[in-house]
Ligand binder design. Structure first.
Ligand code: BGP
Length: 458
């Protein structure tokens, strides 16, 4: 049997934008997803926008009962900044306060530990209009929002995260055009990354000053970078991919400083951000108490086959080509490699290079298209998902056995949810969502997950 400690956190994660719906009522201000959908709805799968996400705002009480039924002892969601502060700062929206307070209380009543994140790709439009993360002032507004959340909910929320996958809004928003503002501007990307690390550190500072007896961390999507071969050119390519994809936030978050090699590359390309020594000191002194790790796929790279175009805007891939490993296992619906052993490598990396800090898996999952074809007697038989979890949990258990300080495993996600540009194309849930009726039906994996928690393993 693959066993986990009795007090291990088993649960799942979602985010406010992807689950609440109700984007235009009860005083919520617009976030960049509302704005982008208004401007370019054709970019969203089936043209489904954030207004139509899975109605958690309305159904949270019955959804929390479903969390119970599927064996959750913990659950992560996020607080929408623009629901709390429609203008990004100023007067707090009392309806939002009442909603989140009730959600967290309801979870506590049902013995579900709330893990609460403060930023999941959802910049308020009012903040984006003044430059978003490019603007140092927005960092202060974020810190004030974070502080208000700690004051309002810190008595019942004891596990906080400052950001979800910060590298994603940097890369997707400022290099690759998968997120608003869809810029291709490497200099802005570096500034946004620096300001995000600073915002996280400032929120941590505020939290620690309040002495509420909980813990605060950050959620990073770690994608271990593997070289094609031991050839020194391939190894160097992987080392640089690792710097950009993982160390760019892992190092400032856990160690309070950047890897000198990353700084050297940024300088070489004339991309240094504007910063002050005072802000560097904030990053240095306010590191995380624990770490959340989202793991979906590794990164495989090799030395570049051709010289980069000197005229092209800088991308980290200046230093490597993607490598397609023969025989790799794929999730064809998402185009992501499935490599369960990566979770073990992450566990050992954290143990050996990051002071064995307390950490947990905050997302792991598999999105599948057209899941209706797996319905038997009304229930979706998602055995592939159960296999996916088992394979990853097996490697996670090996990492824990080797001494890595992992305290939990959250899957993505509990009810099929809206996935940014992919909307409802790929389904990830333990529970099926009927888009027409909003009815929820537990999948085979949901019942399996319940057993997993009950037995502390499988
Ligand atoms: C993570 C995000 C989630 C979620 C998940 C699945 O990167 O934190 O918000 O969406 O990936 O990815 P996708 O929805 O793009 O298929």
């Amino acid at each position: 049997m693959v066993k986990f400690p009795e007090n291990f956190y088993f649960g799942s994660a979602t985010s406010s934008t992807q689950s609440e719906g109700a984007h235009s009522i009860d005083g919520k201000g617009k976030d960049i997803w509302d704005l982008w959908y208004e401007e370019e709805p054709f970019k969203f799968h089936d043209e489904i926008g954030p207004e139509n996400t899975s109605t958690f705002y309305k159904n949270y009480k019955s959804d929390i009962q479903l969390l119970k039924k599927t064996g959750h002892n913990s659950f992560r969601t996020s607080i929408s900044w623009s629901r709390m502060f429609p203008e990004g700062y100023g007067e707090v929206n009392e309806k939002a306060v009442a909603f989140y307070r009730d959600v967290f209380e309801e979870m506590r009543k049902n013995d579900i530990e709330p893990f609460v994140n403060l930023f999941h790709f959802d910049m308020p439009v009012a903040m984006q209009e003044i430059g978003g993360w490019e603007n140092r002032e927005v960092v202060n507004h974020y810190a004030a929002f974070a502080k208000k959340c700690f004051e309002l909910f810190g008595d019942i929320v004891k596990r906080w995260f400052t950001f979800n996958e910060p590298i994603v809004h940097v890369e997707c928003g400022y290099l690759q055009q998968y997120h608003y503002p869809c810029k291709v501007d490497p200099k802005a990307a570096v500034q946004v990354a620096y300001h995000t690390a600073l915002a996280s550190a400032l929120a941590i500072k505020e939290y620690h000053a309040l002495n509420q007896g909980g813990k605060i961390g950050i959620v990073l999507n770690l994608t271990p970078a593997y070289p094609r071969s031991e050839n020194p050119a391939d190894v160097k390519a992987a080392q640089i991919a690792e710097l950009f994809a993982n160390k760019s936030f892992l190092d400032p978050s856990v160690k309070g400083e950047y890897d000198p090699m990353l700084i050297e590359i940024i300088k070489k390309h004339d991309l240094m951000p504007t910063y002050t020594e005072e802000d560097n000191a904030v990053i240095k002194e306010n590191t995380v108490d624990f770490l959340g790790v989202n793991y979906y796929q590794p990164v495989r790279v090799c030395a570049r086959a051709s010289l980069p175009n000197p005229e092209a805007p800088f991308m980290p891939s200046y230093y490597y080509d993607p490598y397609v490993m023969p025989g790799r296992k794929m999730n064809p619906y998402r185009g992501w490699e499935i490599y369960p052993r990566g979770i073990y490598d992450i566990a050992i990396n954290i143990k050996e290079n990051y002071g064995n800090i307390e950490w947990m898996i905050t997302e792991n999952g598999m999105g599948v298209e057209n899941e209706e074809r797996f319905r038997v007697d009304g229930q979706i038989q998602d055995d592939y998902r159960i296999e996916f979890y088992k394979d990853h949990l097996t490697w996670l258990a090996k990492g824990i056995e080797a001494g890595s300080n992992c305290v939990g495993y959250h899957v993505w996600t509990f009810i099929d949810c809206w996935s940014w540009l992919n909307a409802y194309k790929n389904r990830y849930g333990l529970i099926e969502l009927d888009l027409e009726t909003q009815e929820r039906r537990i999948k085979k994996s949901g019942y399996w997950f319940n057993e997993l928690n009950k037995n502390h393993g499988f």
